[in-house]
Each structure stands twice: as C-alpha cells, then as structure tokens.
Design a protein around this ligand. Structure first.
Ligand code: ATP
Length: 595
C-alpha cells in the first residue's frame, strides 16, 4: 500500500468529517435546524437557563455567607470534621449525607436566599436584602451601621450638640440600604441647622469609606445623607429615542444614568441650563442628550430647536435636520436671539392674564435654544455683537422659562468674561470635569462643596480621550447635586436621529439646504450620513463610541472607544482667532436667521 496515498486518504476523510460537522453546527445554530439542531438549541437554552439561575443561587448564598462569616465558616468546618470522622471510623453508611445536612443547616438562611434569587433573579437584584448583603464595599464595621454605631460616627464627625447638663445630643440616624448606596436619614436636633450636617457630611462619608455622598432634603429638619460605593460611572451609548408619546412628557429627557443606578431624567422645560466643562469633558454628550432626545417632540411639532454654534457649526450641523434655524456666525446668532426675544414678547402678550406657565402645543411649541460655546459669542466676537448678545440672552434667561423659551448653553470657561452678566441667571447647572476648585465655586456657588466637579478625574486614555467624559454633577434649581453620566452620542446616531425625526418645514424659515457649507461638505465627503432608510436604530458595534452598557441598546458595542476624535471634534477646539481665520461660509443668510 502506498503510504502517501494512505495519508492523503486520511486527510480527505478528516476534511470531509470537519466539513460535515461545520455544516451541522451551522444548521443547528444559524441555519434552519434539523431534528439534531433543534435538540441542540433546546439543550443550549436549558443549559443557559440552568447556569444563569445556578449562578444567582451561588451569588446570593455566598453573599449571605460573606456577611455571616463566623457562622458559615463554623458550619463548613463542622461538616468537614464530621466527614473526616466518618471516613476514618469506616462508617458503614454514606459518609457524605450527614456532613451535607450539617452544612445545609448552618447555611440554611443563605440557601433560602439563594433559592429565591434563582427563582426570581429580577426581584432579588432590586431587593433591599441584596443591597444589604452586598454592602461589603463600605469599610464601616457592621456595628457602625447600627443605630448606636451610626450615632457615634455622627458625634465624632461633629454633629453632637452639647446640652446644659453636660450631655451631648446627636441627631437620630436611621440607616437603610438601596442598590449601590446606603442612606442615612438624619433628624436635626434643636440648636442645629442643615448647614451643620452639610459641614459634617464628608467626615461621615469618609468614616464609612464611601466613594461619594449626596445630601437630599426630605422635610424641614430631616435630611438624607446618601453614601455611594460607586467610584465611577460606566460609559453608555445613547439609543434611538422612542416615538413621541404625548405632550405630558415634553421637556423631560432620559439623558444618562445617575450614581444610584437610576435613569437621569433631565428637565429642560421651564429651566435654562448652563453646561460647563473643560475641553474634552463631554459637553457634546449633554448637548446631544438634549437635542437628540427632544427629536421625537420636534418631529411632532411640540418643540422647536434653535442652534448657535460659532465653532464653525461643526457640532450643530451634525444633526442639522433637527434644528429649525441655526447660526454659525456672531451676527446670525444675534439675529436668532432677537427672533426668540420677539417670540417671547408675543407669547407674553397672548398669555398675560390667562396663564402663567406655557404648555407646549404644535401651535405654540417649546423653543429650545442650544448654544455650543457661549464664550465664542459672549467674549470672542466683535464688541457690538457680544454686547447685543449679552443683552438679548439676559432677557431670555430672565423671562423665557415661563413663556416656553429655554436655553441650553455650553461653555468651557465659567469666568465672567465668557458668560458676561449672565452667570447668575441659569437656574440649572451641569458641571462636567472642571480644571480647578475656583471654577467649581464659580459655577455652582453654594452647591460646590457637595459637587466637586474639579475632582472628576480626567483619566486620559490612549488617543487622548478622557475615560470619564460625560460624567458631571447636575445641580437642579433647588441646589441638589447629583453625580451622573450622560450618554454618549456617536455621529452616526445623531445622523440617524436627525434623519428619522427631522424638524417640520417651518413656514417662517427656509428649510435647511442639504450640503450648504463646509461642515456638511465634510459629512458628505466622509460618507457618514446614512440614507434615511438605512439609518440604523442604534449605533452598530463598529461604531466609534464608548463601551455601551445601556440596557436599552440591543446593539451594544462592548469596547471602549478606540477612535481618535472624529473630524467633528478635530476642528472644535481651535482658538477663536484661529477659528476666525479658518471661518467657512456657512451659507446662513440674514434672511435665514430672522423670521
Ligand atoms: N458620555 C460619554 N461617554 C464616554 N465618552 C465620551 C462621552 N462624551 C464624550 N466622550 C468622549 O470624549 C470625547 C470628547 O467629548 P466632547 O467633544 O463632547 O467634549 P467637549 O467637552 O465638547 O470638548 P470641547 O469643549 O473641546 O469641544 C468624545 O470624542 C468622546 O470620545
């Protein structure tokens, strides 16, 4: 027999077997399954189910065991000793049954918890019990969480009030746990103010080893001190917003995630919002979270977006179809402001004596003006423009909110010269990463101690992108700060949203020309702008966004962005003089920016 022929024959047999196996696997997993394929799929589903639920059982049981370490270790040691004794003594029956029963008796609460977690994993995850058992992240000893312990921490942190009889009265503290946080409810004692608690808060948080804290007023004299174990918030990519669901939801947008894991619902209606952040801090995420999430309402006619972007329109032009009117030059920006002031005045005339709060309708929509870099308008433009802009913007900021005209202004530098006289006129503030404590003070005022935006780390990743971009303190009108992370809006998603929910053709302004300027020309040249029908619902895995753990996104890319800043970004950070030198003709005419 020819050995070479034998080897060839053997190789051919192996190849044929592999090809058959591949074909079967393909049929069983991706193609139309035969009987074997169907059985395989069922088996895989059952296995996944069993493994998933067993994992929950193990997780919950061991969480319990971790919290009750002495008892659980004692049970294990006793069971092991029993097994050893039975083995050594040559016990005639099973040497395993007895020890397992002993172990199960000691671990029974954990096993019950585990069974519950396996049967109802969702309920277990949301439960306070789980929060309690997985609160090991806080370094405070268990005793510290008891009433006496927490009150001792309060006293040591300076919350005690000395009484005439020499005793010390401490605020009553009740502790409860929620996923990701422990909440201390403090009842202020006579002689104390909430300010005393504010002053002691960071000492208490440090005593518990918390990564951050927030104070939430409950009622006069009662404050919740929330201690967080989460050091940083994971990046999420935004998803295509759902269809317009009714006038009631206009102006409240799901913009990201809060530190306690809840959705960040940003209120835009009736609030002017100032967004401040160092370069690369993620102001674009805030801008598009607002513009992108308002898109369905824009499409339905309940909201009208106006854009001012003196950084050559690079940001706003990415989603141009969402905006009724845009301005990329200072003169046009002033014209937009004039138009809005006029709308506001006319609306005031109509509403006077009838209503004190505007309700958006398709006939009288909520006007939202988005300004990408306020300093370009308020500080770096010609004197006549910046003066006029400051005057008009101040009018909008002082009168617009009740009349349904609100402003979202972004700025890198919160100093006086960048904001003119408007700095104190923004009721809602979003402080992304800032360069210094002085800047945090400037933006947030009295809320600054509870919202240290300058402490948000830059965490520069390869490619120069910040690993914490989009992380911010949102300080609402009542001064409550919330650490949150805004969703990332990749260019492709912005295009897709703009294509799916374009603004109606407003009769008082011409429709945007498709490729009218350098920014659009760049988009066209890049070939990124998908055709209307091709627009993906969500950015695909090849998209250049950050890691996506947004549960709503079914096309979640699983890696951190590897991209360098996109062309949209690459031109955004030019200095003003530079920007003027490279100014492009945006094609925006006086006529376009005044109605
Ligand atoms: N929410 C986010 N999650 C993760 N990464 C983000 C997020 N927002 C932005 N980034 C990343 O950070 C980069 C810079 O973001 P962005 O351009 O929005 O910052 P910026 O504050 O507007 O900067 P500049 O003021 O210089 O224009 C983005 O290109 C993106 O890679």
């Amino acid at each position: 027999m020819n050995p070479i022929a034998t080897v060839r024959e053997f190789r051919a047999t192996v190849k044929a077997a592999v090809a058959r196996a591949r074909a079967r696997t393909h049929a069983a997993t991706l193609g139309r399954p035969g009987v074997l394929g169907a059985v395989l799929r069922v088996l895989v589903a059952v296995l996944a189910f069993v493994l998933g639920h067993s994992w929950m059982l193990v997780q919950a049981t061991f969480a319990w065991a971790g919290r009750h370490l002495p008892l659980s270790v004692f049970g294990l040691v006793l069971a092991s000793l029993l097994w050893f004794g039975l083995e050594v003594s040559g016990w005639p029956g099973s040497a395993v049954t007895g020890p397992v029963i002993v172990w199960a008796l000691f671990w029974s609460p954990g096993l019950v918890l585990g069974l519950w977690a396996a049967v109802a994993p969702g309920a277990y995850r949301r439960s306070r019990l789980r929060a309690w058992y997985v609160r090991r992240w806080l370094t405070g000893t268990p005793a510290r969480w008891g009433r006496k312990g927490s009150e001792a921490v309060g006293t040591a942190s300076g919350l005690g009030v000395r009484q005439p009889d020499g005793g010390v009265l401490v605020p009553g503290i009740k502790v409860r746990f929620s996923p990701g946080a422990a909440v201390l409810r403090l009842n202020v004692v006579v002689g104390q103010t909430v300010d005393d608690i504010v002053r002691a808060a960071s000492r208490i948080a440090t005593a518990y080893g918390a990564h951050g804290h927030e104070l939430r007023p409950v009622k006069p004299g009662v404050v919740d001190l929330v201690l967080f174990h989460v050091a940083r918030l994971a990046a999420r990519t935004a998803v295509m917003p759902a269809e317009f669901s009714g006038a009631a939801s206009v102006g409240v947008i799901p913009a990201g995630v809060r530190r306690d894991g809840q959705s960040l619902d940003l209120i835009v209606r009736g609030r002017h919002t100032l967004v401040v952040g160092a370069t690369g801090a993620g102001k674009g995420s805030v801008l598009w979270s607002v513009a992108g999430n308002l898109a369905p309402a824009v499409y339905a006619g309940y909201v009208r977006l106006w854009g001012v972007d003196l950084k050559q329109g690079i940001e706003v032009e990415t989603g141009r179809a969402l905006f009724g009117q845009v301005a990329y030059k200072a003169a046009d920006a002033v014209a937009v402001l004039e138009t809005l002031v006029q709308i506001m005045n006319e609306r005031g005339d109509l509403m006077r004596g009838i209503s004190r709060n505007h309700t958006p309708t398709p006939d009288a929509p909520l006007h939202v003006l988005v300004v990408d870099e306020l300093a370009d308008l308020m500080a770096y433009s010609e004197f006549k423009h910046k003066n006029e802009a400051e005057r008009l913007l101040s009018k909008l900021l002082t009168q617009g909110r009740a009349l349904g005209v609100v402003v979202l202004g972004c700025v890198q530098n919160p100093r006086q010269e960048a904001l003119g006289g408007t700095r104190g006129l923004w009721p809602q503030k979003i402080a992304l990463r800032l360069d210094s404590e002085v800047e945090t003070d400037m933006v947030l005022g009295t809320a600054a101690p509870l919202a240290p935006a300058h402490d948000i780390p830059a965490d520069i990743q390869p490619g120069g992108i910040s690993g914490t971009a989009g992380t911010a303190y949102l300080v609402t009108e009542d001064g409550t700060p919330t650490l949150c992370r805004f969703d990332y809006w990749p260019d492709r998603l912005i295009h897709a949203v703009a294509n799916r929910y374009p603004a109606p053709a407003y009769t008082d302004t011409p429709a945007p020309a498709p490729v009218a300027d350098a920014a659009s020309a760049w988009l066209a040249a890049g070939g990124h702008l998908p055709a209307l029908e091709d627009a993906p619902a969500n950015p695909g895995p090849d998209d250049d966004g950050p890691a996506n753990d947004n549960p709503a996104n079914d096309a979640a890319p699983s890696e951190r962005p590897k991209r360098k800043r996109s062309a949209r970004k690459s031109t955004r950070n030019r200095r003003p003089a530079d920007a003027t030198a490279q100014a492009v003709d945006t094609g925006t005419t006086e006529q376009e920016t005044s109605s």
